[in-house]
Design a protein around this ligand. Structure first.
Ligand SMILES: Cc1ncc(COP(=O)(O)O)c(C=O)c1O
Length: 398
């Protein structure tokens, strides 16, 4: 018998190493607008809290997760009008681990999960691992952004539907779902008896007066919602791996029982500092993301064949490039080869992502306002990226 015969069946169907476990070796002139990997440097007072924790004995097991962190998370949610008692919070090592923890608690082989199209696909690996069918339900485009289509969701529901994935604010779609939209989803979940995995990774990033609403706060949804969150995007925390799952009192013990690793204790101490004292830092980051979004939206809309709507939330642009005559894959490949820009696109769903590309606003504008973990040279700024995209589009679209 070969090794392949012996390994887990669900894995041998498709070998796919997570993208964060792969290292890209880009040529020096490459600008990456592909990953959602924020570039901001941590302020000293947060880094110092981590260092003090290491020196102060937080190098043994952190039994029960850091109580102060659960308290800080609980307090953080009061701004959304939601009281999340600390005992209903499970600390995880980031956004995808939160999704994995949530799905591992609720899904059985043969169940179905519905994912609106387009959406972030981070839970797909766990679904395949658990032999769960991921059913894509199309979203509808309204004023340039993809929104929930309740009729399409209803069509996708079967007796096997166990969960719905909801990315709010949406990645890549950029929509921030209103209370009314969430109420529509809540009614479906209650009527058809399924859970909603509510991925709120970008809840801090809402623009132009839009407001983040918490699905779990809607009456009847407490034990049907699994809020999945990470500090990755909020505090430029991608390499420090901290997140959480919040749910209701009936469901929380099952979430906490799903197997997972724990989060480094000193990092949890740093997370307490960030959540309790770091809001000014988040505000600075937000301001800069919004400037980048405004700038790049304007530049893209000046190009032939491209239509770009500024998102209501998150820090991605998801322009329609179908007018260029290229598919999103062709656009991405040619742009990388000809202009050394890396983007993403077609992976966000089988239908609606077609004809779109996703640009992540992780590159500073023409000047360095906030300290970055990489050196930004003049030819590696967002301005330079947009100049290259302009050259590329004007060369291909007459
Ligand atoms: C909506 C969403 N959820 C989860 C994640 C994964 O977060 P993490 O890097 O903390 O695993 C991402 C990353 O891009 C995301 O966009």
């Amino acid at each position: 018998m070969s090794v392949k015969d012996l390994v887990r069946n669900e894995l041998k169907q498709r070998v796919q190493v997570s993208s964060t476990r792969q290292r890209y070796v880009d040529p020096p002139n490459m600008i990456s607008l592909a990953a959602g990997d924020p570039n901001f440097l941590l302020p000293d007072y947060i880094a110092d809290a981590i260092s003090a924790a290491i020196k102060g004995g937080c190098n043994h097991y952190c039994f029960g997760d850091e109580a102060e962190l659960k308290e800080a998370i609980s307090n953080y949610y009061s701004k959304y009008g939601y009281k999340a008692p600390p005992n209903l919070i499970t600390i995880t090592s980031g956004g995808n681990p939160s999704l994995n923890q949530a799905y591992a608690a609720i899904l059985n082989a043969g169940d179905e999960n519905i994912t609106p199209d387009p959406s972030y696909g981070g839970g797909g690996g766990m679904m395949r691992y658990l032999s769960v069918k991921n059913v894509h339900a199309p979203m509808k485009k309204v004023n340039g952004l993809f929104r929930i289509d309740l009729e399409a969701l209803k069509k996708a529901i079967t007796p096997k539907t166990k969960s719905l994935y909801l990315d709010n604010p949406g990645n890549p779609s950029g929509a921030v779902f209103t209370k009314e939209e969430l109420k529509g989803i809540a009614d479906l979940a209650i009527d058809h008896n399924f859970f909603v995995v509510s991925d709120e990774t970008y809840s801090e990033y809402v623009w132009d007066g839009h407001k983040h609403e918490c699905l779990i706060a809607i009456p009847g949804m407490e034990n049907r919602t699994l809020v999945c969150m990470a500090m990755t995007k909020m505090y430029s925390w991608a390499g420090m791996r901290t997140g959480w799952v919040i749910t209701g009192p009936e469901l929380a013990p099952y979430v906490a029982s799903a197997p997972s690793g724990s989060v480094s204790w000193p990092i949890q101490k740093g997370a307490v500092k960030a959540l309790t004292e770091g809001y000014e830092y988040v505000e600075t980051i937000k301001k800069e993301y919004e400037e980048r979004l405004d700038y790049a939206t304007k530049r893209l809309n000046e190009l032939p064949g491209i239509k770009c709507t500024k998102p209501e939330g998150a820090f991605y642009l998801f322009p329609d490039i179908s007018g260029t005559g290229m598919t999103s894959q062709e656009f991405g490949e040619k742009l990388r080869e000809e202009e050394a820009i890396r983007i993403s696109g077609s992976m966000y769903g089988p239908g609606n992502a077609k004809g779109h590309i996703r640009l992540s606003m992780i590159v500073p504008l023409s000047y360095q306002k906030t300290p970055s973990w990489y050196e930004v040279t003049k030819d590696k700024t967002l301005e330079s990226a947009m100049d290259r995209i302009e050259k590329f589009v004007k060369r291909h679209v007459k």
